[in-house]
Design a protein around this ligand. Structure first.
Ligand code: SF4
Ligand code: SF4
Ligand SMILES: [Zn+2]
Length: 137
């Protein structure tokens, strides 16, 4: 798989739930790529288009469009998603949101780069496969 090496992660790739779409298999694959939660619906899988979090009215009205501004956080849906990702992929949306809230988006993105950059090719590791798909497709 040929991928360009990112020098930084675009903040638009951080979904309202705290997911870093740059690490998603659907974003990293060369065919039928999803361009991220904030991309066009036509490019996103149906499951993501229908996502309750993405379509939540509170999110739509929040200046940052991130769940950390919500009084109800974590709502049931976000808790479920977080529990699934913690168990399956060793990643937490809630921790991501907490870090963004406490340290700001720039610091969070720099930390994500540090945490998920492949030491060999400097591309980003895929969270759904726990490996770099360029070095180990
Ligand atoms: S499939 Fe969902 S999580 Fe993956 S890049 Fe698209 S919007 Fe983000
Ligand atoms: S945490 Fe708040 S903003 Fe996020 S999906 Fe739940 S209710 Fe909506
Ligand atoms: Zn690599």
């Amino acid at each position: 798989m040929v991928r360009t090496v990112p020098v930084a992660i675009d903040p638009h790739l951080i979904a309202p739930c705290g997911m870093n779409c740059a690490l998603c298999l659907a974003y990293q694959r060369p065919k039928n790529r999803c361009l991220g939660c904030r991309g066009d619906d036509k490019d996103r899988p149906l499951s993501c288009q229908r996502c309750i979090i993405k379509n939540c009215e509170t999110i739509k009205n929040a200046p940052s469009h991130l769940c950390h501004e919500c009084e109800k956080m974590p709502c049931r849906r976000l808790k479920q998603l977080d529990a699934r990702y913690r168990a399956k992929y060793g990643m937490s949306m809630l921790e991501n949101l907490k870090e963004i809230k406490e340290q700001g988006m720039d610091a969070f993105l720099a930390h994500q780069m540090e945490k998920y950059t492949c030491p060999k090719c400097k591309g980003l590791i895929c969270i759904h496969r726990s490996r770099c798909l360029s070095c180990d497709p």
